[in-house]
Design a protein around this ligand. Structure first.
Ligand code: GDP
Ligand code: IMO
Ligand code: MG
Length: 435
């Protein structure tokens, strides 16, 4: 009998906070060393920035590995895909000379339709003050339809007959919701077919069984990066519910979102910012809404890649980072944006929360508790030196290294990579065997 190869070849690269940790930069840095990069959840709510020399790329659907010729890229079954956005992204890259032919799209991935966006904004309006602050791109409603078992899968979208039958079956229901609940106009089957059937045809050559493909690649010994979108605190199950996204952003999502086994994951890298940011609504215990937060926002250029919204900023929260490490099993930190903290005289790092007279070391499930939690801070001396040219750990000032040590001590996870600027070269690799 042929021996199965159970060697672990996969590296998960996941956000550890509320998204925008710099996953794009880290995955891009590591992509030159692997054969495959796969996204497993989320949709175009993601905005992953890659800076290469004087060029900036913003990926919403595509794995950032697409920028490397020959790296095979996968959009997994756990994703929700807006065909128009995906095609624009592909064509935009092609115009910039990027070869996108190595893209494979799961036949089981779900498709975002225009009414999903309508429901997203209508539901946000309906919630009023309680709104989630979504990206408004139809992500939640597309996942909800998947769970309701009335979603549109890629395999059906790219076949005219099956797409037509799906519209005939599902559109009357969607139109009824739009008009009867939200007083919005509905859609005509013919209009949707006219607009979307050609898009399905364009994508059809890339649609395949990506679970099978990935398992073949892993068994052949290819190294694979599992590129996460959003972050641990936006995870549908483990995040700051209901202020979360609608997909599993953590390690568990890789298995269901790609159809691979747990033995395919060797390391789980948590991408974590040297401070904390958040876009959208919801609790944020270490938020600094005054001058400190403003300095972080300006120095870190903290404006959303997808929506342009200013990001809320605050100190490093060791409670949420430790929580993210626990639910994901992080084996190391890729710590980003350390350069942004240069110039602060004193840095603060939350080591626990105070809830009345109780000290919490864990992230509480009740939002009302979280709103009352006050961080207990460790204060650490800052540094003035420019660290953007450091390429080795010992080129960092002592205070900077002390800060990294404090993060390791609080979270119990080793820092294995450090990013000191958006460029590829502005990276310090501590553990050389990754991936
Ligand atoms: P992602 O969604 O996790 O990929 O992160 P985003 O791309 O949305 O946001 C991170 C931003 O920080 C991008 O503009 C990156 O170019 C930038 N960035 C990444 N790493 C660093 C770093 O170490 N220092 C600085 N100054 N910027 C960084
Ligand atoms: P990347 O991959 C930061 C946030 C939204 C909102 C909540 C729900 O770039 O890190 P959704 O549209 O997903 O239903 O919105 O999730 N959110 C993100 N925040 N980075 C992201 O992606 C995000 N994707 C969604 O702001 O609070
Ligand atoms: Mg982002």
């Amino acid at each position: 009998m042929k021996k199965l190869n159970f060697e672990k070849r996969g590296l998960a690269v996941l956000g550890a906070q509320w998204g925008d940790e710099g996953k794009g930069k880290i995955v891009d840095y590591l992509s030159s060393k692997v054969g495959v990069v796969a996204r497993f959840q989320g949709g175009n709510n993601a905005g992953h920035t890659v800076v290469v020399g004087d060029q900036t790329f913003k990926m919403h659907h595509l794995p950032v590995g697409i920028l490397y010729p020959g790296v095979k890229c996968v959009l997994g079954n756990g994703m929700v895909i807006n065909p128009e956005v995906l095609i624009n992204e592909l064509e935009g890259l092609q115009q910039r000379g990027v070869d996108t032919s190595e893209l494979r799209i799961s036949d089981r991935a779900h498709v975002i339709m225009p009414f999903h966006r309508d429901f997203d904004s209508a539901e946000e309006n309906f919630r009023g003050k309680q709104k989630i602050g979504t990206t408004g791109l139809g992500i939640g409603p597309a996942y909800a339809d998947k769970a309701y078992r009335r979603g549109l899968r890629m395999i059906d979208f790219i076949d005219l007959d099956r797409f037509t039958s799906w519209l005939e079956e599902i559109l009357p229901l969607q139109n009824a919701f739009l008009s009867k609940i939200y007083g919005l106009p509905g859609y005509k089957k013919e209009d949707l077919l006219q607009k979307f059937a050609p898009l399905g045809e364009k994508l059809s050559a890339s649609v395949t069984d990506t679970s099978l493909f990935l398992r073949e690649q892993l068994n052949k010994g290819e190294k694979v990066i599992f590129e996460g979108a959003q972050g641990a605190l936006l995870d549908l199950d483990h995040g700051s519910y209901p202020y979360v996204t609608s997909s599993p952003t953590s390690t568990g999502g890789i298995l269901t979102g790609l159809g691979v086994g747990p033995q395919s994951i060797k390391d789980v890298l948590g991408v974590v910012k040297a401070y904390t940011t958040r876009v959208g609504e919801g609790p944020f215990p270490t938020e600094e809404d005054g001058e400190t937060g403003k300095i972080m926002r300006e120095q870190g250029v903290e404006y959303g890649t997808t929506t342009g919204r200013p990001r809320r900023c605050g100190w490093f929260d060791g409670v949420i980072a430790g929580y993210g490490a626990g639910i994901n099993g992080f084996t190391g930190w890729a710590l980003t944006k350390l350069d942004v903290l240069t110039g602060f005289k004193t840095l603060k790092l939350a080591t626990s929360y105070q809830l009345a007279d109780e000290q919490l070391n864990h992230f509480p499930p009740l939002l009302s508790d979280l709103h009352l939690c006050k961080p207990n801070y460790l204060e650490i001396d800052g540094w003035e030196e420019d660290i953007t040219r450091a390429r080795k750990l010992d080129e960092l000032p002592t205070e900077t290294r002390n800060y990294l040590q404090a993060i390791e001590d609080v979270t119990k996870v080793p820092v294995v990579m450090v990013s000191t600027g958006p460029e590829r070269e502005q990276t310090i690799v501590i553990r050389k065997d990754i991936p």
